[in-house]
Design a protein around this ligand. Structure first.
Ligand code: ZN
Length: 147
């Protein structure tokens, strides 16, 4: 599996993910308070650099999805057909995360039958323990609220 490249702006996102928490940045200006993702130093709405990481419920809806076709990297080709979904967060529908719908934490990328995917389906984030060792990144994945 490919693992994310962690940069300075996103480092805290991955630290929270390692604890099983989905957090996004929130503007700390009282008059603004907008949530933002992907991580960046400055609020795109009011340009303030004051921010905090706010915990999300981890609930969302499938906004879109695809089934990647070959050519794929060998490790992904072995799991095809699998899905890649775009999830809009319940707290902030304009924030959309790309991930995979799986049947449970740690289940393979092809563990949900393609015909089960529906735009608008409610999903919940999970944080499988991929790889091993202290440097393993916990990549957020998604399960159906009603499997
Ligand atoms: Zn702001």
């Amino acid at each position: 599996m490919l693992t994310p490249v962690v940069d300075d702006d996103g480092a805290l996102f991955w630290e929270y993910a390692a604890r099983g928490e989905l957090r996004v940045q929130a503007c700390a200006e009282a008059a603004c308070g907008e949530l933002r993702f992907p991580p960046r130093p400055c609020c795109p709405h009011c340009h303030s650099f004051a921010g905090e990481w706010r915990r999300m419920s981890g609930r969302g809806r499938i906004w879109s999805y695809v089934f990647p076709h070959p050519p794929l990297l060998p490790e992904y080709a072995a799991q095809a057909p699998y899905n890649v979904i775009v999830v809009e967060l319940a707290e902030a529908p304009l924030i959309r995360l790309v991930g995979n719908l799986v049947s449970g934490p740690g289940a393979p990328l092809n563990s949900v039958a393609p015909e089960r995917l529906r735009i608008g389906a409610r999903v919940q984030v999970v944080f499988p323990q991929d790889g091993d060792g202290a440097e393993a990144v916990r990549l957020p994945r998604w399960v159906l609220e009603r499997p």
